[in-house]
Design a protein around this ligand. Sequence first.
Ligand SMILES: Cc1ncc(COP(=O)(O)O)c(C=O)c1O
Length: 368
Amino acid sequence: MATASRPVPRPGVLDIEAYVPGKSAAPAGVKLHKLSSNETPLGPSPKAVAAYGALSGKLELYPDGSATKLREAIAGRYGLDASRILCGTGSDELLQLITKAYLGDGDEGVFTEHGFLVYRIAILAAGGKPVVVKEKNFTADVDAILAAVTARTKIVFLANPNNPTGTYLPFDEVKRLQAGLPSNVLLVLDAAYAEYVRRNDYASGLELVAESENVVMTRTFSKIYGLANLRLGWLYGPAHIVDALERIRGPFNVNGAAIEAGTAAIADEAHVAAAIEHNDKWLAWTTAELGKLGLTVTPSVGNFILIHFPQTSDKSAKQADAFLTQRGLILRAVGAYGLPDCLRLTIGSEEANRLVVAALAEFLAGKA
Ligand SMILES: Cc1ncc(COP(=O)(O)O)c(C=O)c1O
C-alpha cells in the first residue's frame, strides 16, 4: 500500500466546511455595534467580572477538573442533581463530545433544515452522516423528524428555540418527538436561548431529561449571562450518559476563570432579569419597526431576529449587509444556514437597535 508523503486526516475531515463565526469588524473610524453573535448588550454580571478578576493571582494552579462548585450552583438554581450535570468549554464542546461518544462511522445524526451549524460539523467530525429534515414555516417539524429516523440514526439534535430562525417547539411537541423516537436514539435539546423565552407552552427540557433515559439538554453561559469569551456551557442528562461523556472529555475542560465567573453569574438573578426585560422590550420594538418598513421578520422568542429581504431587486440581504456594515452595524449573514435572503440581527442596546432600524429605513428608501 502506498504511503502518503505527509499525515492525512481521516476520510471526510477535509470535506467539512469550517464554522464561520459572526463578523466583528467595521470600517476604520466608525463605531462598531456587533449584532452578529447573539451576545447580550448588557454584558456580564459585575459580580461575575469581579470573580473572574479574583482569579488572576492563581493562574499557575490547575482548576477543579470536576467544576464542582459550578455544578452545585447550577443544581441549586434549577433544583437538579449536580452529579448529572457536565460542564464544558461552551456548549459547542458538549455537542462535540456527544457525537464523539454516541455516533460512529456511517451512523446518522438528524437535525433540521435551518438548525444550528455545529450539529453538522460535530456529526461529520465523528464520521457520521448528517440527515437534514425540512422545516415548516422556519420551524422544526416533529413528524418530518420522526419520518427521517432509520435503523442507523443515533442522535437527533433540536435547538429549541432555534438559531438563526428564533422559532420554537412547544413542550408538548418536544414530548411527542421523544415519545416517537426509538429508545436507543439520543435526543439532544439545545436550549442555548431558553432564558429568553416568554411563552407558557415552552420548557427547556429539564423535566423530560429527568424522566427519560435518552434525552440530554445543553445550556450556555455565552448568551444571557454574557460570558461568551470564557467559553462555558453545561449539560443535564441521565447518569449513564453523563458517565460516558465524563470518560472522553479533557480532564480540565473548564478553566478556573469560567468556573468562578459562571458560579457568580448564576447567583445574580437580578442581572438575568434585567437582560430578559431589555430583550422583551427591544425584541418587540425592533420586530414591529422593521415590519413597518415592509420587511418580513420571523417571529422570534430568542434575543435575535431573522429579517427577510427581497430576492431579486437592489434591496437584497447582501446589499443590506454591506450598507449596514459601512455604518458599523454588523449583522449575521445566514447563507450557510440555507437562508441567503436573510440577515440575523441580535437585539442590541437601545442605541444599536434604533440605528439599525434607521439605517434599514434609509437603505430601503434607496438613499444608499
Ligand atoms: C443554538 C445554539 N447552540 C449552541 C451554541 C453554542 O454556544 P456556546 O458554545 O458559546 O456555549 C450557540 C451559539 O451560537 C447556539 O446558537
